[in-house]
Ligand binder design. Structure first.
Ligand code: CMC
Length: 430
């Protein structure tokens, strides 16, 4: 009769231990009983970058990286992108179910009526240099919100949490658009409560002196991009959100930390780097030389927008974005960098280096081309990632707070530094 357990023999002592297996995992803490003697601390696992460690049990997002499957709360990403709205998706992530019609109406009303930010935020933004990166401004203004809503510290109170969740999802497009307007030296455009989530964001970004009418195709494209970016289980920024949140920091501070993690070029900053890379390559003729450089650089030069820790197959989000690009380009005109991207993908997918390492286009490979065609400057790309991901971060943060297994995040280390030694006064140091 097979047993759900693991028998480990410690060859240092010859002793055997039985460790239970649950959900395909063993508890790392169960290894601590494996000791060479009473004084021994006990066995730990060493897993830099958490490549094989589950940090939580989650019911939010499911990814099968080998099959290229992504589901939010069980719903395939393709169906949500085809039929859903961003706000319904955010509700789903946070509540576990799609909203009923009445719940959707109330949810949309609540989000719409929290879109304004305190006027002092404008003064804060005015303090930034004229060319400040909007991601830095977003991170700072989100962190600043914690000072406007000190009650947010009460993270153990569900009702208080709900208010901050509404505020964050509602205000993040306003902060993002204000950051852009500062960068452009334009007056801030206030939210318009008559518009939907994406249309309102577009008008706060691009409205000039006259009324602004976003193209329905572009509005829908943004909606789909927001759905695709809304969550992605335990990635770097979500782990930052959960890690900081585990100290019971308020959700604005935790979200600012998540934005900081997302900013990096290996994570949400990759969409920006893809565009810069395509521009630098410049023409299809230059692609073979670039690919050669990637392959011989020992990992230093990367094909941005390719590869993923979890997907060892085509990222399902990239497939949807690639298809959508044609619809967007019909309205905006074709982005000339698309031809370079398509050729780069074709060559890479036939090249043994990429095939062997299972490197496929990820979500960032084509999204930037669409954002650029829609008129967003490259600096705004990671910001466009952060807006919808806020819903996912908050869903994961709530799940963490309600999870009885969770405590303050505090990994162990393997200390390999100097042994104890005595302080040497400066005069005696030679
Ligand atoms: N170009 C060239 N080589 C690559 C790339 C790439 N984009 N990605 C991975 N490799 C190579 C890497 O050099 C290594 O080779 P070797 O085995 O010879 O040392 C091998 O593939 C495995 O790579 P890794 O760095 O160990 O893989 P990882 O799981 O730690 O990294 C990644 C995942 C996404 C950071 C990485 O693939 C990468 O840097 N990609 C480019 C940046 C990018 O597009 N990031 C966006 C990720 S999707 C959006 C998001 O959720 O953030």
């Amino acid at each position: 009769m097979p047993k759900d357990s693991l028998t480990i023999t410690d060859n240092r002592t010859g002793q055997s231990y039985e460790v239970p297996i649950e959900n395909g995992t063993i508890k790392a803490i169960d290894l601590r009983k494996i000791k060479t003697d009473e004084k021994d601390f006990g066995l730990m696992t060493y897993d830099p970058a958490y490549t094989n460690t589950a940090s939580c049990k989650s019911r939010v997002t499911y990814i099968d990286g080998d099959a290229g499957i992504l589901n939010y709360r069980g719903y395939p990403i393709e169906q949500l992108a085809e039929q859903g709205t961003f706000l319904d998706t955010a509700y789903l992530l946070l509540n576990g179910e799609l909203p009923s019609q009445a719940q959707a109406t109330e949810w949309t009303y609540d989000i719409t009526h929290h879109t304004m930010v305190h006027e002092n935020i404008k003064e804060l933004l005015d303090g930034f240099r004229y060319d400040a990166h909007p991601m830095g401004m977003l991170m700072s203004t989100v962190a600043a919100l914690s000072t406007f809503y000190p009650e947010a510290k009460d993270v153990r109170d569900k009702a208080t949490r709900r208010t901050q969740i509404l505020r964050l999802i509602a205000k993040i497009p306003t902060l993002a658009a204000f950051s852009y307007r500062h960068l452009m030296g334009l007056p801030y455009a206030y939210p318009d409560n008559d518009l939907g989530y994406c249309a309102n964001f577009l008008q706060m970004m691009f409205r000039m002196a006259r009324g602004y009418q976003p193209s329905p195709v572009l509005e829908r494209a943004l909606e789909v991009l927001f759905i695709l970016h809304a969550d992605h289980e335990q990635n770097c920024s979500t782990s930052a959100m959960r890690g900081v949140g585990s100290s019971e920091a308020d959700p604005y501070s935790s979200t600012a930390a998540a934005i900081a993690a997302l900013y990096g070029p290996l994570h949400g900053g990759a969409n920006e780097m893809v565009l810069r890379m395509l521009k630098e390559i410049g023409s299809k003729d230059a692609i073979p030389a670039f690919i050669r450089e990637v392959k011989t650089s020992g990992g230093e030069v990367r094909l941005m927008g390719f590869g993923h820790r979890v997907y060892k197959n085509y990222d399902p989000r990239a497939k949807i974005i690639k298809r959508m690009a044609d619809q967007v380009f019909e309205v905006t005109g074709r982005n000339p960098l698309l031809d370079i991207a398509l050729e780069l993908e074709r060559i890479a997918l036939e090249d043994e280096y990429f095939v062997k390492r299972k490197l496929y286009p990820n979500v960032d490979f084509y999204s930037g081309l669409i954002y650029q065609a829609m008129g967003f400057p490259v600096d705004m790309f990671p910001v466009l990632f952060a807006i919808p991901r806020t819903a996912g971060w908050l869903a994961q943060w709530e799940e963490m707070l309600e999870d009885k297994d969770q405590k303050i995040a505090r990994p162990r280390q393997v200390y390999l530094g100097a042994a104890r030694r005595d302080y040497v006064p400066l005069a005696s140091r030679g």
